[in-house]
Write a protein that binds this ligand. Structure first.
Ligand SMILES: [Zn+2]
Ligand SMILES: [Zn+2]
Length: 420
C-alpha cells in the first residue's frame, strides 16, 4: 500500500529542530513576561468576517490566501491567517479593556495561508505575536520595539537593523492617499495588473509590489512623512527620542508602508544578517482604529508578528544546544534481573526530575555504551546480574573514562547527589 504523506505546503518539525523551537518559546515567555505581557491562547478557526473586516478585503491575504470553508452549509469559517484580529476579538468578547487601562498580550502558534508553494514558505507557518492595547502613548511604541530587539538579541541574532516609519492618522493619511493616487494615475499603464486593479481601493499596496517596473515608479512617488499632521509628527518624534535613550540605532524608511490596511502611525521592521544578506525577521505597527472597526471602543493598539520558521533558521545552533542537555545517567543493564532493577531505578530517578535513560532490549554492553556516548550522558551505570548478586554496580564518569564501584543500597542517593 502506498504510504500517506503530509499535505503539500505543510511540514513536520522534528528533533533537534524542536529543541530550538522550544528554546525560542521559552525565551519569549521569559522576556515578554518581564515586560508585563500575559499569554493568550486563541482558536485556530474564526468567522471569515473577522479577517475581512480587520485585514481588509483588498489585501492579498483576504483575496487569495485564506483557507475558508462553509461549515456544514451554515457559516463561513477561516483558518486564521494572522493573530492580531483574533487577539482583539477575544479582548473585546471578554471585555478585557474594562479590567485594565493597558493590556499586553502575546501568543505563539500556527497561522494558515494558501500561498504558492516555494522554498522556505509553508501554508501552515508559525508566528510569535505581541500586542499592546490601550492609550497611544509613544513610549508604548518604543517599549514594544525595545522588547523585540532585546528578545532577538537574547536569541543570538546579530547585526539587527531596525527601520521605522509613520503612516499618519485618519486626519493626514487621506491627503497622502490622494497624492499617491494622482501620482500613480499618471503612470497607470506602467503598473502591473495587480497594482492597477488596487489603485483606487488600496493604493499604498503598490509600495509593497515586488514587480520591478512598479518599484521604479514607487521610487519617485510622494512620501508619507511629508504629509504627517502636527500630532502624528510629534508622536513619531517622541518615539524616536525614546528609542535613542537606549542606544538602539534605527533608520527611517519612508517607503515602509507594511502590507495590511489597518496600520496607522508607527510601523517598524527588523532585519538581521543571515547567510550574508539582510533578512526580514519581524514587522509590526500601530493600529489605532482596528479595535473600533471590530465593534469595540476607541482603543489604540500596537503589535508585531515574528515569523517563527525564519527566526529559527537564523538562530545559531549553539543557542539551542546549550539548552538541550543529555541525560545525567545512562543505565546499561545486562540480564533479566538487572533490567528489572534498572527499570525501577530509572523511573524513580525520573520522578525526582533527574534525566535518566536506559535500553530495554538487553543488547551487548558495547552497544549500550555506544548509545550512552551518543546521548552525551554524564555518567553510565553498568549493572549486570553478577553485580546485583554482589549488591553493587559500576559507575562510569564518561568524560574522564574513570570507573568506581558503588553499593546498590545507596544507589539512588548517590545518583541524586551527582545530579546536583
Ligand atoms: Zn496625523
Ligand atoms: Zn505592481
Amino acid at each position: 500500500m502506498e504510504s500517506i504523506t503530509a499535505v503539500k505546503g505543510f511540514k513536520d518539525v522534528l528533533p533537534p529542530e524542536t529543541d530550538k523551537w522550544r528554546q525560542i518559546e521559552m525565551t519569549a515567555h521569559e522576556v515578554f513576561s518581564t515586560f508585563g505581557f500575559k499569554e493568550i491562547r486563541i482558536p485556530l478557526i474564526e468567522k471569515t468576517e473577522l479577517f475581512c473586516r480587520s485585514i481588509g478585503e483588498t489585501t492579498d491575504i483576504v483575496e487569495k490566501e485564506m483557507y475558508t470553508f462553509i461549515d456544514r452549509g451554515e457559516e463561513s469559517l477561516t483558518l486564521r491567517p494572522e493573530a492580531t484580529a483574533s487577539v482583539i476579538r477575544a479582548y473585546l468578547e471578554h471585555a478585557l479593556h474594562a479590567a485594565e487601562a493597558v493590556t499586553k498580550l502575546y501568543t505563539i502558534g500556527p497561522m494558515f495561508r494558501r500561498e504558492r508553494p516555494q522554498k522556505g514558505r509553508y501554508r501552515q507557518f508559525h508566528q510569535i505575536d505581541a500586542e499592546i492595547l490601550g492609550p497611544d502613548d509613544p513610549r508604548t511604541d518604543a517599549e514594544l520595539i525595545l522588547m523585540l530587539i532585546h528578545f532577538l538579541g537574547k536569541l543570538g541574532l546579530r547585526n539587527l537593523n531596525l527601520e521605522i516609519n509613520s503612516l499618519g492618522c485618519a486626519q493626514c493619511r487621506p491627503a497622502f492617499r490622494e497624492a499617491i493616487i494622482s501620482f500613480l494615475r499618471g503612470r497607470e499603464e506602467d503598473l502591473c495588473g495587480d497594482c492597477r486593479r488596487r489603485l483606487s481601493a488600496n493604493p499604498l499596496r503598490v509600495f509593497d509590489c515586488k514587480v520591478e517596473t512598479c518599484a521604479e515608479i514607487v521610487a519617485l512617488a510622494p512620501l508619507l512623512p511629508d504629509f504627517l499632521c502636527g500630532e502624528c509628527r510629534g508622536h513619531f518624534e517622541k518615539v524616536q527620542a525614546c528609542l535613542s535613550l537606549f542606544d538602539r540605532p534605527f533608520r527611517l524608511n519612508a517607503k515602509m508602508v507594511r502590507g495590511l490596511d489597518y496600520y496607522t502611525r508607527t510601523t517598524f521592521e527588523v532585519t538581521s544578517e543571515f547567510l550574508g544578506a539582510q533578512n526580514a525577521v519581524v514587522g509590526g505597527g500601530r493600529y489605532d482604529h482596528l479595535v473600533r472597526d471590530l465593534g469595540g471602543p476607541d482603543i489604540a493598539g500596537i503589535g508585531f508578528a515574528i515569523g517563527f520558521e525564519r527566526l529559527a533558521a537564523m538562530i545559531p545552533q549553539g543557542v539551542a544546544d546549550a539548552a538541550v542537555q543529555g541525560p545525567v545517567l545512562f543505565i546499561a543493564a545486562l540480564g533479566e534481573r538487572a533490567l528489572e532493577t534498572a527499570f525501577l531505578l530509572c523511573n524513580r530517578l525520573r520522578m525526582k526530575s533527574i534525566r535518566v535513560e536506559m535500553d530495554h532490549t538487553g543488547r551487548s554492553l558495547k552497544s549500550q555504551m555506544k548509545r550512552a556516548d551518543k546521548l552525551k550522558s554524564r555518567y553510565t551505570l553498568i549493572l549486570g546480574d553478577r553485580e546485583i548478586s554482589g549488591n553493587k554496580a559500576v559507575l562510569r564518569t564518561m568524560q574522564t573514562s574513570t570507573q568506581e564501584e558503588i553499593g546498590l543500597d545507596c544507589l539512588e542517593e548517590t545518583i541524586i547527589e551527582l545530579a546536583r
